[in-house]
Design a protein around this ligand. Structure first.
Ligand code: PMV
Length: 324
């Protein structure tokens, strides 16, 4: 039997960085996914091949690279996930794992979270477990801790459930039912960034200007709460305006960059209702909210300005598995 699992990526619509200081953030699942195929092997090895430029085999604690510098480190989360499942389910076998992803890595679109979730779901089903979504989120946390050190858990949650989620440190996760589509265009600056370093730069600014930054953070919280009710109403024009205001706050927090600002400006000239950086900033991606029928024009404007456009849509589908 071969089991395949698919899990979506994500984009943060509102509230990044300020979420670290207790304010809410809105995260949506996007129609880009990681597919993981799992199949038993006759020996006890773990063979992993991927379309990410990394392939190799774990033979006990030894690793043999087939493709890509640093593949052991890149593929280690898969080994962690497999071992977590073996321990939890009290079953063990050799595995062939194949990864196919269409989510760019290290630009804030949740590729590692989606990979962890799809891996848990595929191996879990192969081993005969009927994992609940709650269990999938929990089990995928081990490899996310290896990748992100101190993750909030939001990436695995959105990848598992799909849809739209509001997250805050104090209130945890709540699912929002949004019927309307949220037509977005993502613009990738092609610059990979380090989330931890950017979070730290905001902390330093907060220490330098505590009162100013506290007010900025509170304003961001107010803005996200406003965005929740605008999203429920489905008013895209107001939502775009709120994205512009959110970008202003992120600029003030010091996490935008010349490349992000350029893509935001061209997206707006191309017909976006609003645009902002998404995720940690410093590089990575922007998201632009499109007027009806303008997505291609916005994507073209992003491409002309040197970015990689990605026309995306909210997806309500979380992790799914099937056998062949
Ligand atoms: O770019 P990402 O997906 O790593 O998002 C980071 C979001 C931050 O708010 C900047 C950090 C965090 O842990 O919430």
């Amino acid at each position: 039997m071969i089991v395949t699992a698919s899990a979506p990526g994500k984009t943060i619509l509102f509230g990044e960085h300020f979420v670290v200081y207790g304010e809410p953030a809105i995260v949506i699942a996007i129609d880009r996914d990681v597919k993981v195929t799992a199949e038993r092997r006759d020996d006890s090895n773990l063979h992993i091949s991927s379309n990410l430029g990394f392939s190799g085999t774990f033979i006990g604690e030894r690793f043999e690279t087939e493709e890509g510098d640093g593949s052991e480190k890149t593929l280690e989360p898969i080994k962690i996930t497999a071992e977590t499942l073996f321990q939890t389910l009290k079953k063990k076998c050799g595995l062939n794992i194949t990864i196919k992803s269409n989510i760019p890595i290290a630009v804030g679109l949740g590729s590692s979270g989606a990979l962890a979730v799809a891996t848990v779901a595929a191996i879990g089903r192969l081993l005969g477990a009927n994992l609940t979504r709650e269990e999938i989120v929990k089990l995928s946390f081990e490899s996310e801790k290896y990748v992100h050190l101190n993750p909030s858990g939001i990436d695995q949650t959105i990848s598992t459930y799909g849809g739209v989620i509001v997250y805050s440190k104090s209130e945890g996760i709540s699912h929002m039912k949004i019927e309307s589509s949220i037509p977005i265009v993502i613009g990738n600056t092609r610059i990979q960034r380090n989330t931890g370093r950017l979070v730290d730069s905001v902390r330093i600014r907060k220490e330098t200007f505590p009162q100013l930054m506290t007010q900025l953070t509170q304003t961001a919280g107010q803005l996200t709460r406003e965005a929740i009710s605008v999203l429920k109403k489905g008013d895209l024009k107001q939502l775009g305006e709120l994205m512009d205001i959110n970008q202003g706050l992120l600029v003030s927090a010091g996490v935008s960059s010349e490349e992000l600002d350029r893509l935001i400006n061209v997206a707006k000239k191309g017909g976006a209702l609003g645009a902002k950086l998404t995720g940690a900033g410093g590089g990575g991606c922007i998201i632009a909210l499109s007027k009806i029928g303008k997505r291609k024009e916005i994507a073209e404007a992003i491409r002309t300005a040197g970015g990689i456009p990605l026309i995306a849509e909210k997806t309500d589908e979380g992790v799914t598995t099937w056998t062949s």
